[in-house]
Ligand binder design. Sequence first.
Ligand code: ADP
Length: 632
Amino acid sequence: MAKKQFKAESKRLLDLMIHSIYTHREIFLRELISNASDALDKLYYRSLSDDCTGIDRREFTVTLTPDAAARTLTIEDNGIGMTKAELEENLGVIAKSGSLAFKKETEQPEDIDIIGQFGVGFYAAFMVSDRVTVLSRAFGSDEAYCWESEGADGYTVKEAQKDTHGTTIVLHLKDNTDDESYDEFLQPHRLKALVKRYSDYIRYPIRMAMPQSRLKDGCDGDSPEDYETVSETETLNSMVPLWRKNKNELTAEEYHAFYQEKFRDYEAPARVIHSATEGAATYNALLFVPSHAPYDFYTREYEKGLQLYASGVLIMDKCADLLPDCFSFVKGLVDSQDLSLNISREMLQHDRQLKVIASRLEKKIKSELFAMLQNDRETYETFWKSFGMQLKYGVYAEFGKNKELLQDLLLFATSENDTTTTLSEYVGRMKDGQDVIYYIAGRDRDQLARMPQAELVRDRGYELLYLTEDVDEFCVRSLTEYQGKSFKNVSDGDLGLETEEEKENARKQEEENKDLLTFMTEAIDRKATVKLSNRLKSHPVCLSSEGGLSIEMEKVLAAMPGEQGQRFKASRVLEINEQHAIWATLQTLFDTDRDKLKAYTALLYDQALMIEGLPVEDPIAFAQTLCALMCE
Ligand code: ADP
């Protein structure tokens, strides 16, 4: 029979499995038991929702049978089973889950450990076997099929016989070599230890069929013939789900292993949140904050949600209603006895208990993140790199509904130090007489540190938040204030730093030079209003804005897909520093050479655009004017 080929990606992973000198190869057992348990869950769920008869849930088991003579280990379940098409689809191609996507991203030659860190699923069987046989019969079907493979060169599927639904996997263990022994996977005590270690919480009994030596009736045990071998089964796992156990009984290692296996992550989580609550809602929740964003996190494909269990039975894999969008990165599960097993999705959405649980979890997640921020800043900073953007969007989204929840979790770059600051830290450092939180928005902090607009504010010794992310300014504007302090963009019209006298002076200056300023505004076709600056000290010009929309926000909106963003324009102001020598020149030119004044104004405007990181509208004209001046 011709062998069918594995899909290309699967083949790569298989090669990796087969050839890894793999220290954690024992995890193959955990993977196969977990698949068996999933298959039982599926049947369990089916038995609740469909009009099914003949399923006895008390019979659900996973059975391990080591056979030392044949060198095989059999893992059997009476779960949902697979049809022929499912065998091909599921075992002929690697699950889309993270493993390969991750490998491609990093392309590490020493990938062996990475495999050890997270689930690789069914393929792990090839780490210990040179042949794998899968006999399966789908629930509700009379036909059974046998899938078999010796590794990367392909697999066969043929019709077979099987009396009951479920799946039986026979691992033909590899031969021992000089350095490697696979015998351990035939030894009952070793298998028992592995089940205890990795699969204790599986909620179906994992049984082992073990040969036992027993004294024959009527014999006295003097000779070996007095004994017979019988097969006895023993349940190996305690079946208490991890989340139902007491916190004190669990180690970080156990939590991490559970998370990594269940949520397919190659890294341990940044934080584990385990809570048991009684009262208005009774539930156990086990939540994890991942230490890095999944590769699809910032895409539409990413689906948020927590696993939802009703009294230990999985009723929904990704219950979105349990997590607000701002915490969509949280993984985990909730198990509640308040929910009915066969509640429909529609009913679930309106379920009062679920709403109570969701709101409790929201508070809990916030307080845990806050604790992490306060007690373990380093880990929080790492967390922030992955998910900070999500929190900032959270402030801005839904008309600022969640801003109270999130404001204390935010980090910003600052002029104060090279790392980050919270808003509360900023407010704590505010100087006497400073009554607003200043910020400046732009691409990167080095640039921002030198921006002319900030000169006056910096001169006063006031700290500046550096808003370097697209979402930052929208976030800050949604907040409008923090602890009674409002936010102020240093590019905004009035900074409120002048005395009445200075203001009066400025008005006079403005009045005296009205004609010149109007001329200059016309010279650049009113693309910006030319004004005298009250914020510049040494720089000749800068661009600022009047009204609600800043130049940075205009840039962000313009970069959004679609036409809509293009419609928003900041009203620009070209500010001229009257202390700078250029001002005297401009005043002279107004009397002597207005053509030159026009050219100079255009040049100054282009410079201000460049400083702001905006494109010069006509670079050719800019270059020509500049050169013409150089040649004078
Ligand atoms: P994953 O578990 O991440 O989906 P696997 O490679 O372990 O990846 O398994 C692929 C698929 O094969 C599973 O999603 C499941 O549909 C099917 N499968 C594996 N083992 C069993 C089993 N014992 N019973 C029924 N289906 C199974």
